[in-house]
Design a protein around this ligand. Structure first.
Ligand SMILES: Nc1ncnc2c1ncn2[C@@H]1O[C@H](COP(=O)(O)OP(=O)(O)OP(=O)(O)O)[C@@H](O)[C@H]1O
Ligand SMILES: [Mg+2]
Length: 310
């Protein structure tokens, strides 16, 4: 249904997005993951024809959106990363305003506002001004504004950043429900692995403008099927321990944090006694050694050597 073909955006000599290829089938929830500055917002701005690509094409039902944006614009709902609401208007007034932008009027507008207030769980707060809302409520209203014209496709740019867990769960459940009950196609952008893991059928992972992995959750985790992740905890880690790990021939990757080190080794290798020996040699005491089954976060770590969240 939607396709990005060799899409790039260049700012001066810098590629914010480079050669991105993605597709979204009707009825899917697709996740777009990546750390700060990965190029997620730029990619979806090009997808929704808000930013013009330097190279490449966006295709909707096999027709170029760059040449003719109207057909996609009509059926797309976009939830921007920054909350875009009028603070001095009530929830209901905000929705009325956005509804009119979508050319809704009269009884139809009224009905859609009521329906949307139900969907986002703000019916009982409809008469309150947005200024008095919590971050989570603003986020929900921001989503509501994109739902008024009953879009076929909704694009959400990090809709749960900086909100309480309850609002976050509410939003995640709402996205699932819209997809299941209304068949809404969703592109969900996030840097929270667990959200994408919960919601999405397929996932794209970006870093520094590039696509670094894509596929179903299982396919992406299979990238790590040959390896296992071991996390080592100690109160006082020292350089000698870290460099011994790094030099060890069977350890493929070492990621050191303050009190925790994550290493990756081939699946069949038993590291336990080796680790204890290395710790002894380096003069440190280990608190715990955990062998973990791979998560999407581990895939990111594996591909980039960095954690997804900074
Ligand atoms: N208008 C612009 N002019 C110059 N550089 C830009 C512009 N917009 C984005 N960039 C740069 O492009 C890169 C990608 O930015 P983008 O906002 O797409 O990242 P993101 O993945 O959405 O990050 P975040 O998770 O922080 O929202 C960043 O390095 C950013 O500074
Ligand atoms: Mg962004």
């Amino acid at each position: 249904m939607l396709e990005l073909v060799d899409l790039s955006k260049k700012y001066k000599q810098f590629y914010a997005v480079k050669n991105l290829n993605m597709f979204i089938e009707k009825g899917e929830i697709v996740g777009l993951l990546g750390p700060n500055g990965a190029g997620k917002s730029t990619a979806i701005s090009m997808l929704s024809s808000l930013v013009e690509p330097t190279e490449g094409d966006v295709r909707f039902n096999n027709k170029s959106v760059i040449k003719k944006p109207a057909p996609l614009r009509k059926v797309i709902g976009m939830v921007p990363q920054e909350v875009a609401l009028y603070d001095d208007l009530t929830a209901e007034e905000n929705l009325h305003f956005f509804g009119r932008i979508y050319r809704l009027t009269g009884a139809q507008l009224k009905q859609r506002v009521n329906e949307v207030l139900e969907i986002i769980g703000l019916t009982d707060r409809r008469k309150d001004i947005v200024k008095k809302f919590s971050g989570g409520m603003k986020r929900r209203l921001n989503i509501g504004a994109a739902l008024l014209h009953e879009p076929e496709v909704i694009i959400m740019d990090e809709p749960t950043v900086g909100i309480d867990p309850q609002s976050r769960n509410y939003i995640l459940e709402t996205v699932k429900r819209l997809n299941k009950e209304k068949g809404m196609t969703v592109l969900y952008t996030s840097h929270y692995m667990e959200e994408v893991e919960f919601l999405c059928d397929r996932i794209y992972i970006m870093d520094k403008g590039d696509l670094i992995a894509s596929g179903t959750k299982d396919e992406i985790k299979r990238i790590l099927s040959a390896e296992k992740t071991i996390s080592i905890q100690a109160d006082r880690l020292n350089d000698s321990f870290i460099s011994k790990l790094k030099q060890h021939p069977t350890i493929n990757r070492v990621i050191a944090e303050e009190k925790e080190i994550t290493i990756m080794v081939a699946k069949e290798i038993n590291m336990f006694s080796t680790l204890i020996k290395i710790a002894e040699d380096a003069g440190i005491e280990l608190n715990s050694v955990d062998i973990k089954t791979p998560t999407l976060e581990d895939v990111f770590l594996h591909l980039t050597g960095r954690a997804l969240r900074d």
